[in-house]
Design a protein around this ligand. Structure first.
Ligand code: 4AD
Ligand code: MG
Length: 477
């Protein structure tokens, strides 16, 4: 007999004579009531054990974390808050879980403790919910683009290119680090390395993505990216997943429209599919916020925040307007910002982004037309000669969630820019070919998947929305 998922049983249209389930014991009360979870839903099914006719030896082995298989009948429950329960007729312990040693006891654990036990934290309600939401969100990403006819492209993980020009890369090498081959001049001889050149883990699939957009029209990537930036913050991972659509013939306004529509779609999709999980996460957030001072609590519940994003257009603001707002803002005048905004050209820090989104506009904001010299080399120069067609989308509680731009499609302008920045033309010969042969206006963006999961789950630390986080000093599991 094949076992049935708990989710299916809880949604059953009628009571059932005989059912068979397998799962893990969450709690066992009064020597009688098992709360059983099998991961198919946040909801446990109550299984009532006939304790008078069950050997004491077996009852003792029904402990939190144990894997069990049981048969019985699905009956209407007399207990509050559940429609059905299982009257157990036979029970088998599949795997014991020593209650003295199993770390995930049914009590409140700190998020730090759970991070140290990332291989077991997924057995808690909160992490089960987060990981199901993450899974549905990633399916929604594919659904959105596939419905629109985008082609999914798998760009390389190992590359010679530094797409962002930020130099925050993990090197990939098979050279012996304690005995490096040297050239006559004494430099490391990368010709002897595995790929015959210096390589690193990708920071972005954009440049390769652009080459595909210039043939397939509209493409997207969705894969892991790596950044060796030593920022130990609640928003940065060394390994994170990025979604990067790229569309031929789209200008920056089209790019903004696409990003906004895409984000609203995946949130809506997930709200429809993950109602139970999101309801649980909403409660978790309310509980967590009770320990905060009133002023730091959010004005909206999790579902209200998600609905707000669906129902309101993102506010589009140029960098220049944003600088004016920031310059005249109270925290700037009272020197409350760590970085005071003195003049046009300043790079925006997350404190500034969050002020704009959370205090000033109180809605998602798309900032565009940034100064050329604080943005990447591939962004299209505006007619003013000093700003580029860049856009960042800023979200409440998150800060930057999307970074994108219209690309510099003019060969001469692009080469000139690369020269100024000292970017090797020969290294990027293939990228420049897109501008040599059939160049056209095109645009794209990158959405940090974990930042999206943070927003949708209401979690506050990015380490809690990826199964096994990679951060400075931590690569356990
Ligand atoms: O703004 P970024 O650096 O843009 C790019 O990489 C472009 N090539 C994208 C494109 O136009 N195709 O990164 C894009 C997004 C950020 O907005 C942020 O959400 C996320 O990636 N991100 C990170 N997420 C987690 N940890 C990090 N260290 C991140 N760095 C960027
Ligand atoms: Mg960025």
């Amino acid at each position: 007999m094949k076992h049935t998922k708990v989710k299916e049983l809880l949604n059953s249209a009628q009571t059932l004579q005989e059912v068979y389930v397998k799962g893990w014991v969450r709690t066992f009360r009064n020597n009688q009531f098992i709360a059983l979870n099998d991961g198919s839903t946040i909801n446990n099914i109550q299984c009532v054990v006939d304790f008078e006719n069950t050997p004491a030896e077996t009852l003792k082995r029904i402990t939190t974390g144990a894997a069990v298989a049981l048969k019985g009948s699905l009956t209407e429950s007399k207990g509050a808050g559940q429609k059905y329960e299982i009257q157990v007729t036979s029970l088998e312990i599949l795997g014991d879980s020593d209650p003295e040693k199993f770390p995930m006891q049914p009590k409140k654990h700190t998020l730090e403790f759970l991070r140290a036990n990332a291989h077991l934290r997924v057995r808690t309600n909160a992490f089960g919910a987060i990981m199901r939401v993450r899974s549905v969100l990633s399916f929604a990403v594919h659904q959105y683009f596939q419905e629109k006819g985008f082609v999914y492209v798998n760009t390389p993980v190992i590359t010679g290119a530094d797409a962002e020009g930020a130099g925050e890369m993990f090197q990939v090498t098979s050279l012996p680090l304690d005995n490096l081959p040297r050239t006559e001049e004494g430099h490391i001889d990368y010709k002897k390395d595995f790929f015959g050149k210096h390589t690193n883990l990708t920071v972005s699939g954009q440049l390769e993505g652009e080459t595909f957009a210039m043939a397939l029209g509209q493409i997207y990537t969705f894969g892991p990216t790596f950044r060796a930036e030593n920022s130990n913050t609640s928003r940065h991972l060394a390994e994170f997943w990025m979604i990067e659509p790229e569309v031929a013939f789209n200008d920056l306004d089209d790019n903004m429209d696409l990003a906004e529509d895409f984000i609203q779609y995946v949130i809506k999709y997930t709200m429809d599919k993950c109602a139970d999980d999101l309801k649980f996460l909403e409660g978790r957030l309310l509980e967590e916020e009770k320990s905060k001072p009133q002023a730091e609590r959010s004005e909206m519940t999790l579902l209200e925040k998600l609905n707000f994003v669906l129902e309101n257009n993102f506010k589009r603001v140029s960098y220049t307007e944003a600088i004016d707002i920031l310059k005249n803002s109270t925290p700037n005048k009272k020197k409350k910002f760590q970085y005071i905004i003195e003049e046009w050209g300043a790079d925006l820090q997350s404190e500034h982004e969050r002020f704009l989104v959370e205090k000033h506009f109180k809605c998602p904001v798309i900032l565009y037309d940034y100064p050329a010299n604080i943005k990447a080399f591939y962004m299209r120069l505006n007619e003013d000669g000093k700003t580029v067609r860049a856009m960042d989308i800023l979200f409440p509680g998150i800060g930057e969630i999307v970074g994108g731009s219209q690309r510099e499609e003019r060969y001469d302008v692009l080469v000139e820019k690369m020269k100024t920045l000292g970017i090797d033309e020969e290294e990027l010969w293939w990228y420049l070919d897109t501008r040599r042969f059939g160049t056209a206006v095109h645009s794209g963006f990158g959405l940090g998947f974990e930042r999206l999961v943070l927003f949708v789950t209401g979690m506050t630390n990015i380490r809690d929305v990826i199964p096994f986080p990679r951060t400075p000093g931590n690569a356990e599991f």
